[in-house]
Design a protein around this ligand. Sequence first.
Ligand SMILES: Cc1cc2nc3c(=O)[nH]c(=O)nc-3n(C[C@H](O)[C@H](O)[C@H](O)COP(=O)(O)O)c2cc1C
Length: 210
Amino acid sequence: MARPLPSFDPQAAPAEPGPLFVDWLATALDAGVLDPQAFTLSTVDADGMPDARVLVLRDVDAAGTGWNFSAAADSPKGRQLAHHPAAALTVYWPQLGRQVRVRGSVERAADLVAAAEFATRSPAARVGALVGRQSEPLGALEEYDEAVAVARRRLEATPGAVAPGHAVYTLWAHEVEFWQGDAQRRHVRLRYTRTGPVRTPEWSRTLLWP
Ligand SMILES: Cc1cc2nc3c(=O)[nH]c(=O)nc-3n(C[C@H](O)[C@H](O)[C@H](O)COP(=O)(O)O)c2cc1C
C-alpha cells in the first residue's frame, strides 16, 4: 500500500451502496484495473466447509441491493447455493487499494431469466456452458476438446440452445462494506447495513475501525 491511493470521504458517501460501487468500478476501469468485474464468491458446502472461487459480476441494481452472477446449477457452487442460499462477494482493485465486501442471501432466478441471460453470452461462453460437467475429474485434455467440438456443432445447428442448469443468481445484500487503503495505514472502512426489506431497501452507514 506504499503508493499514492485515492482518498475516500465517508461523509460524502451516498445514502445507498449502489452509486458508490458504480463510481468505484468506473474509477477501476479508468485506472486500468484488469478484469475489474471479477469477484470472489464464497459459499459453504453441506458440511459447513467454506469454498471460494472467482466469477464475473453480471449486474448490480441501482441501490446496490441485488448483485447478479450466473453459474451452472450442477457445479459445486450451484449445489452449495441450493443447499445453503447465502454467500459473500469480494472485489479487490489493487491499483486503487480498494476492496468491496458484500454479504447476503442468494436467490436463483426463473429459468426464463436464465435463458434470456444465456443468449447475451459470447459463443465461446455458451459452448463452454453447453459442455457442462464443470469441476468433474477430466481424464485428458483431448476429451475436453472433443466435447467442445460437439457443443460447437450443436450451437451451430441450434443457435437458441440453452445449457441445462444454466442459472442466474441474485445475492440480496444485507451488508456492503467499502474499504479504502491508505499509504499511512489510515484505512477508511464504511459499512452499509440494509434495514428495510429487499424490494424497498433502506440503508444505515457505519464507520469501522481499520
Ligand atoms: C477471472 C475469472 C473469471 C471467472 N468467471 C467465471 C464465471 O463467470 N462463471 C464460472 O462458472 N466460472 C468462472 N471462473 C472459474 C471459477 O473460478 C471456477 O473455477 C469454476 O466456476 C468452478 O467452480 P466450482 O467448482 O466452485 O463450482 C472464472 C475464473 C476466473 C479466474
